[in-house]
Design a protein around this ligand. Structure first.
Ligand code: ADP
Length: 500
């Protein structure tokens, strides 16, 4: 039979037709979340000292909906004068009201912020999805509830810091500069701001340039919660604004989540300064299926680990290792499941894979796809249709890849999975650890003893067993090697904001 000309090397045209029919037969009726209730301004200024203020130079950039390419709002670009103003506001607030009030009073503000996030959860979820492209199911069920949970959790620590560091008297550092990426915009803001406030620090935060809107909505929530002016300042802009924060002498601590390349740059510029820092960087997680695993459960976990949220997760399970004896069955079930994934309107509650966050990211993923094909790997993509406007990439699986292959070694940050086989535990541990990264990993097996052995040997900050991508504010998160330095979340997440 004649093969199709698509990137899909595997399916014949007959098979592709059958697959489309299968999908059409099973299509859900559209179920988009309404956008009527959301309140967005056309233009957002900087949030400094408790107020929205225009940037010193009247420069604004567009925030685009990546699923429609339509402009949602204009966002201010902070320059040096603006960053100076934000750091000064944070310093004054630190020396003034924030250090004078009791720890339990600090907690009250944080509880208030958490409750308002919960009240506005639906609006925040819709804005997150419009601005970033992730499926509403993800922003509604994961991002926003976890953002509120982080404020609740860290509010509980505010008046118990002496128990966090027994026998010492922990003190705040001062002003924290925080820079976050575009994959979990509000959650990353909560992840950074909540421990900083609980420990008595003040904050200058910069969201990513493609996803500033929920951070700016958080600024409105902070106003509503009556947080003293200057305790949290939110300045928007791109890399230049970020580096102004990193290099500002008035900042005492940098918390950065983003790419390994920028993390390395930041680390270099912080060397020799008084600033403490935590870096949460890239990943290339190994997800390992042993022959004794529950295969259906494992396949669902693999799909969840790399395809939901478009693979825009630093801990995404982007490298699958399958024990040789179950390779055929895993591949068959994986392809069957991928063929049913719904790619499209992120606001639709049935969507599994939304839009790629930006044109630049789509280009990067497409380039890696070509590299994989050029390297001679076998490739499967379902024949699903994608909308004509917006940035989309179909879920993609590569196999017959070598350990040295670029698609196996480098972080793609898209819905692209590589599959390799193994025979023994020693072999899979060596292959899994053979990467510059070490953020997360996953193990699928029926045997508890294998879980303990393999998780102990994987060089990864987080290892999930018979599940994947599960988060909780009480659990520390962070990497080995080029995946970063320091931990965020849980008790560990308090330490980088304290001197003791
Ligand atoms: P990604 O590849 O995920 O976009 P980046 O590391 O480029 O990751 O971006 C993560 C965050 O770091 C964003 O908020 C971005 O604006 C910011 N950023 C980019 N370049 C720099 C820099 N040189 N210094 C500080 N922050 C930066």
């Amino acid at each position: 039979m004649e093969k199709t000309k698509t990137q899909n090397k595997e399916l014949t045209s007959e098979e592709q037709k059958a697959e489309i029919n299968f999908k059409t037969d099973w299509q859900y009726a559209a179920s988009p979340e309404s956008t009527d209730h959301i309140q967005l301004k056309k233009k957002y200024d900087l949030f400094i000292n408790g107020k929205f203020v225009a940037p010193a130079k009247p420069k604004y950039f567009d925030s685009i909906n990546p699923s429609t390419e339509e402009k949602i709002a204009e966002v201010a670009e902070a320059d040096e004068a603006d960053v100076n103003k934000a750091v000064k506001a944070a310093r004054d607030a630190y020396k003034g009201k924030w250090s004078k009030i009791s720890a339990s009073e600090r907690a009250k503000y944080m509880f208030r912020i958490a409750r308002i996030i919960q009240e506005k959860a639906r609006e925040l979820a819709v804005i997150e999805t419009m601005d970033g492209g992730k499926p509403i199911r993800e922003s509604r069920d994961i991002d926003i509830p976890l953002a509120a949970a982080h404020f609740f959790y860290y509010a509980g620590w505010a008046d118990k810091l002496n128990y966090a560091v027994p026998g010492k008297t922990p003190k705040p550092l001062g002003v924290a500069g925080q820079i976050i990426p575009w994959n979990f915009p509000l959650l990353m803001a909560a992840w950074k701001i909540a421990p900083a406030l609980a420990t008595g620090n003040t904050v200058v935060l910069k969201p990513a340039e493609t996803t500033s809107l929920t951070a700016l909505k958080l600024a409105e929530i902070i106003q509503e919660a009556d947080l003293p002016p200057g305790v949290v300042n939110i300045v928007t802009g791109a890399g230049k604004t970020g580096s102004l924060i990193v290099n500002h002498p008035g900042v005492d601590k940098i918390a950065f989540t983003g790419s390994t390349d920028i993390g390395k740059l930041i680390q270099k510029s912080l060397a020799g300064t008084h600033k403490k820092y935590t870096l949460e960087l890239g990943g290339k997680a190994a997800n390992i299926i042993f022959e004794d695993a529950s295969i259906d459960q494992a396949v669902e976990g693999i799909v969840n680990g790399i395809f939901f949220n478009q693979g825009h997760v630093c801990c995404a399970g982007s490298r699958l290792f399958v024990q040789e004896s179950v390779f055929e069955i895993v591949m068959r079930k994986l392809k069957d499941r991928i063929a049913t994934l719904v790619v499209g309107n992120p606001l639709d509650k049935n969507t599994d894979i939304g839009a790629i966050n930006s044109k630049a990211q789509l280009d990067k993923i497409s380039e890696y796809h070509s590299i994989g094909l050029k390297e001679g790997a076998e490739c499967y993509q379902p024949a699903c249709e994608v909308p004509s406007k917006g940035y989309w990439f179909r879920p993609t699986v590569f196999w017959n890849v070598s350990q040295a292959s670029r698609i196996v070694q480098e972080e793609i940050f898209g819905p692209v999975l590589t599959v390799q086989t193994f025979r023994t535990i020693q072999e899979v541990v060596e292959k899994a650890n053979n990467t510059p990264y070490g953020l997360s990993g996953g193990i699928w097996t029926d045997k508890g003893s294998k879980i303990f052995k393999v998780s102990g040997e994987l060089k990864a900050g987080v290892v999930w067993a018979n599940t994947f991508n599960k988060f909780d504010p009480t659990s520390p998160f962070g990497g080995y090697k080029e995946s970063g330095i320091g931990r965020e979340g849980g008790l560990h997440g308090l330490m980088p904001y304290l001197q003791y």
